[in-house]
Design a protein around this ligand. Structure first.
Ligand SMILES: [Zn+2]
Length: 171
């Protein structure tokens, strides 16, 4: 059984095993957000429901260090070309600089979006207006952690997947 660990601001920190989850719980460093209702961990004096999602009482320091990389940009954009709104396999997507690098555009969350090769080709070194293209949404730095999503498995609780989806919508 695995537990999703959040920090005090409900930011996902990592996926931990049940032993660590129980230690955090009994040492008063975290509280259960939801638990596995049918799974109990028993000690001589107590019985704990195994937490499904656990929230720390402290903030996680690594919060601001989301890595800017190809996968995270594609994930942020839902693997959807930000120009034609088509959904693509990651290998069929490219990264497009909204303001082309040749015109001073930078390699940042705010200036890089997922684009299919057809749209990327159409846009070339043009600005949005010049290419007659519009962005699906304003690109910005995400406030969730795609690194953890990568570790989620198909058989992990639905709440986890839902939690990430709702967090992402709020981003
Ligand atoms: Zn496209």
């Amino acid at each position: 059984m695995r537990t999703l660990l959040l920090d005090s601001s409900y930011y996902p920190v990592e996926v931990i095993n049940w032993k660590r989850a129980i230690i955090l719980l009994i040492t008063g460093r975290a509280e259960a957000v939801t638990d596995y209702s049918s799974t109990f961990i028993r000690s001589t004096h107590d019985a704990f429901k195994l937490p499904k999602i656990l929230r720390l009482f402290s903030l996680h320091k690594a919060k601001k260090s989301i890595k800017f990389c190809r996968f995270n940009v594609l994930y942020r954009d839902d693997f959807i070309c930000q120009y034609c709104h088509g959904k693509f396999h990651p290998k069929d997507l490219t990264l497009d600089h909204v303001i082309p690098t040749s015109r001073g555009g930078r390699n940042t969350w705010e200036n890089v979006v997922a684009a299919c090769s057809k749209c990327n080709g159409k846009k070339g070194n043009k600005l949005l207006k010049e290419a007659g293209l519009k962005l699906n949404k304003v690109p910005k730095k995400p406030n969730w952690s795609p690194q953890i999503i990568l570790k989620l498995r198909q058989d992990d609780p639905d709440e986890w997947h839902e939690w990430f989806r709702s967090k992402k919508v709020a981003a």
